[in-house]
Design a protein around this ligand. Structure first.
Ligand code: GDP
Length: 296
């Protein structure tokens, strides 16, 4: 069985007997395979279309290299373009260079992994000798407050004492005041999610943004999200101007094509990836690894 794109393209080019030469025709055939691979990885079809066109333009103008088969050469272009699209080589670390306490706002749909990612982030920051405060600001799902308190206990990280009858904007404001008075240097705001974007939620998130002036607004996205990743991500980005993405559940079967879609429509970097349910399962994002995963 042909495992990956590279094998498929090699066979394809042999079949086309176009060895040594990259013609428009065999590039077209190759790009059909590339397109399929990206669609199978759940990259948004519009994003795929634009991307494949970019690769085509580059491939057609490319001299055939002695050292590579035409298949390998197309792969190389695809890889380079994908890594560039994902911001490979860019600094995608969190920007915490501000007067403490630095607020980080976590947003996303319900079930994406927001609360878990708040805990993971607190653990990561604690490991960097920072003093994070976790703030439950999801008052619609009382279990969310409890969930964050439990995570805080496991991590020995303080959780701000919010109640479900409070206004989320007030919670965030008070938490920041509390953090200033008590020497916390990062404040992680766990906001409410919904199953889909709605106006009420967006207005609330905008009000929290205005009140807390977060240094980072991280959109938490489930790597399993398919074609709708584009709409959800642009919905959040249009209203909140997010600063980055946390891609969760990359330990599952998902190829992670959602990351490509989100990056392509928002232009915002994936900063962190979740690779498990445990609190230590958070990693810095590497564009080249994601690209290998998608093409592999
Ligand atoms: P929220 O509604 O966005 O706050 O989502 P939660 O943090 O409650 O997470 C929803 C579910 O996804 C929980 O069962 C988490 O354990 C799980 N989860 C979160 N992140 C990851 C991850 O990176 N990998 C896996 N396998 N599960 C995750």
């Amino acid at each position: 069985m042909l495992e990956n794109l590279s094998d498929k393209l090699d066979v394809l080019f042999k079949k086309l007997r176009g060895q040594g030469v990259m013609s428009e025709e065999n590039i077209k055939e190759a790009l059909r395979e590339v397109r399929l691979v990206l669609l199978e990885a759940d990259v948004n079809f519009k994003v795929v279309k634009d991307f494949v066109e970019r690769v085509r333009v580059r491939a057609v103008g490319t001299q055939v290299l002695q050292s590579l088969t035409p298949g390998q050469q197309v792969i190389k272009i695809v890889q380079e373009e994908l890594v560039a699209l994902m911001g490979g080589g860019e600094d995608n670390s969190l920007d915490l260079a501000a007067k403490p306490p630095v607020p980080i706002m976590m947003v996303g749909l319900q079930g994406a992994g927001k609360t878990t990612s708040c805990g993971k982030l607190a653990r990561l920051l604690k490991g960097q000798r920072r003093r994070p405060l976790l703030v439950p600001a999801d008052v619609y799902r009382p279990a969310a407050i409890e969930q964050l308190k439990t995570l805080g206990r496991q991590l020995s990280v303080e959780v701000f004492d919010s109640r479900a009858d409070q206004d989320p904007v007030d919670i965030c404001r008070e938490a920041l005041r509390y953090a200033t008075l008590n020497g916390f240097d990062v404040v992680i705001l766990d906001t409410a999610g919904r199953h889909q974007i709605d106006e009420y939620l967006m207005n609330e998130l905008v009000r929290i943004k205005e009140a807390a002036e977060p240094r980072e607004i991280l959109f938490v996205a489930d790597a399993m999200t398919g074609q709708e990743a584009v709409n959800v991500a642009s919905g959040f980005n249009d209203r909140l101007d997010i600063t980055g993405v946390v891609l969760t559940k990359l330990d599952g079967d998902a190829k992670g094509g959602a990351a490509l879609s989100i990056r392509a429509v928002t232009g915002k970097p994936v900063k962190l990836v979740g690779v498990g349910e445990k609190l230590d399962a958070l990693e810095v994002f590497h564009a080249d690894r994601l690209v290998s995963r998608i093409l592999g």
